[in-house]
Design a protein around this ligand. Sequence first.
Ligand SMILES: [Zn+2]
Length: 174
Amino acid sequence: MQGMKPTEDRELLNEEKDRRMHERFMRQAIELARRSVDQGGGPFGAVIVKDGQVVATGHNRVVPSCDPTAHAEVTAIRAAAEALGSFDLSGCEIYTSCEPCPMCLGAIYWARIDRMYYGCDQQDAARIGFDDSFIYREIALDPAQRRLRSCRLLADEAREAFRAWEAKPDKTEY
Ligand SMILES: [Zn+2]
């Protein structure tokens, strides 16, 4: 058994009425995960909420969409951004049936989502063959030690796009 993670923020569930609301949204994410299994996707669902209202939902569509990035959280973030007409999801909360993989966690940060609630954790996912914990371990390694072989190439030429960005006066920063 894994112990309580230090990253957990119990203050998010302080009030009993808040807990019931959060559990309602989490049950919706879990139901999406269950239905995803019936539809040929992985057992993952996510719900994005703003001001107590569901903005968007998503479920895993990696296999049916032939899209390795079609994780529940990414799918929900894309739908929420479209629904709100903004790449900035500040003020939103995400309920995900499983602790996000590094890609989805990164997407949650990029989207500036304020809070996250999750059901299963990395170890639960690893036990059924979704080894996100492997990627978390890889990220912590020096690039030369990772399983993914990588090599830097044409750094000066690559920086030209950065120079163009820096010089652009009317850019939308994000
Ligand atoms: Zn993911």
